[in-house]
Write a protein that binds this ligand. Structure first.
Ligand code: AMP
Ligand code: GLY
Length: 423
């Protein structure tokens, strides 16, 4: 079967790597892909949100299945367009993808179906939002309603900061129309965990719990990023908490959508805060996490093509997932300056040596120039290792990461430390 993967980051490299192991996959096309993906797939320069271009590509190349990595094309209706054209596609339709595309929609759905989340209010008027912030007792979080590439969330320590965030989002329009509305919510405390699940709209098949590291510096300091590293399974999500997440959050979300006439088919990602009152939703995403996909797919034994078939044909109830024993960790190597402004085109060295250690190096922002591998994004590589014990996976991933070098490179040294300290 010929498969197309939409996107060009570390998550998409992990998807291509996993799909290429399926005996049912004969050829993979990536749009647009990256320099690492180009080793396992044919990269075609069609952008991930160019829905018409992707449709043409899928048709002209007789693609049997399209797997969508990022959220933007799903929110814009890629799955709907492919379904209309009679093409098989993995990823939710536009109305279901609104779970990530509109935080107000997600919050309202959670309210309607009793899904635990931070208390919130939605505003279309900046003055009303500011007044509300001033009326609150405690600290709050200000969120642009729409997609803002992970930057539209401001966790405010003071009233002034929260008010400034409203100005940034609604008045200065830092995120364009994503700031037509803001969601202001109660600030929760606790440890974060990501629980993802495959669903065909009826059955919810959860993956291992994973933990991301969103802040740029060690000790969860500095600004938020797309994610500086992740590991799975995350022991902080005990079997009891995991069951609650499935029963109180993932299943009611899928059921709630279905009751409202929306069938969710794809991966549903719940970003959670483990509070003293139980797990609460911080956000829903409608696709694999990046970098959570890297350790999760490194551990998944089940053929991803089988999972996709079961999701698209409503057969997920008959499937169970099998996992490699042990744990996996992925550390992201980032460009100097990231998540702020950074330079591209830095030559990357040491990749072969790193891969010889047995670690898998997933490419995110890389390109090939004059026969050399160079940086082409903020998050450049995701060095991933699997081992029987998490501590060993961490040791191996860092051992491989130390062999790689490019000017300005930085990475967190404490990925999974919380889990190792709690052991
Ligand atoms: P989101 O994109 O909504 O997941 O927000 C990005 C990050 O902001 C999360 O991973 C949390 O670290 C933080 N965050 C979001 N909502 C809250 C909240 N209600 N309370 C505390 N932190 C939050
Ligand atoms: N790692 C967070 C995300 O993919 O949204």
């Amino acid at each position: 079967m010929k498969v197309m993967v939409v996107g060009g980051g570390g998550r998409e490299h992990a998807l291509v790597w996993k799909l290429s192991q399926s005996p049912r996959v004969s050829e993979i096309i990536a749009a647009p892909g990256n320099a690492g993906i180009a080793r396992q797939a044919e990269c075609v320069p069609v952008g991930a949100t160019d829905i018409r271009g992707l449709l043409d590509l899928a048709r002209s190349r007789d693609v049997d299945l399209t797997f969508v990595g990022p959220e933007a094309p799903l929110v814009e209706g890629l799955a709907d367009a492919f379904h209309q054209a009679g093409l098989r596609v993995f990823g939710p339709v536009r109305r279901a993808a609104a779970l990530e595309g509109s935080k107000a929609f997600a919050k309202d759905l959670m309210s309607r179906h009793g899904i635990p989340t931070a208390a919130h209010r939605t505003f279309e008027d900046a003055n009303a939002a500011r007044d509300y912030i001033r009326s609150l007792d405690g600290p709050c979080v200000v969120k642009a309603d729409g997609l803002a590439a992970g930057k539209g969330v401001i966790v405010a320590d003071t009233v002034e900061e929260a008010v400034a965030a409203v100005d940034e989002i609604m008045v200065k329009r830092a995120f364009g129309t994503a700031g037509d509305r803001v969601v202001i919510e109660e600030r929760l405390a606790g440890e974060e965990v990501s629980v993802l699940a495959f669903t065909d709209g009826e059955t919810v098949l959860p993956l291992l719990p994973a933990q991301d590291h969103k802040r740029v510096f060690d000790g969860d300091r500095g600004p938020n990023t797309g994610g500086m590293g992740a590991y799975a399974p995350a022991p902080v999500c005990t079997p009891q908490i995991y069951d609650r997440v499935v029963q109180e959050i993932l299943e009611p979300a899928v059921r709630g959508l279905r009751e409202e006439g929306i069938t969710y088919r794809g991966v549903l990602y719940a970003g959670l805060m483990l509070t003293p009152d139980g797990p609460k939703v911080l956000e829903f995403n409608v696709r694999f996490g990046d970098p959570e996909a890297q350790p999760l797919l490194a551990l998944l034994e089940t053929d991803l093509v089988d999972v996709v078939g079961a999701v698209l044909e409503n057969r997920l109830a008959d499937l169970s997932l099998t996992w490699r024993a042990g744990a996996a960790m992925c550390v992201v190597l980032a460009s100097g300056g990231y998540p702020g402004a950074y330079e591209k085109g830095r030559v990357i060295r040491g990749l072969n040596e790193a891969e010889k250690t047995g670690a898998v190096v997933f490419h995110a922002g890389t390109a090939e120039r004059d026969g050399k591998l160079v940086t082409a994004g903020g998050r450049v590589l995701g060095v991933t290792a699997v081992a029987a014990e998490l501590s060993e996976a961490v040791r191996r991933a860092y051992q491989a990461a130390e062999l790689i070098d490019f000017e300005g490179m930085h990475f967190r040294r404490d990925i999974a430390r919380k889990a190792l300290q709690n052991c």
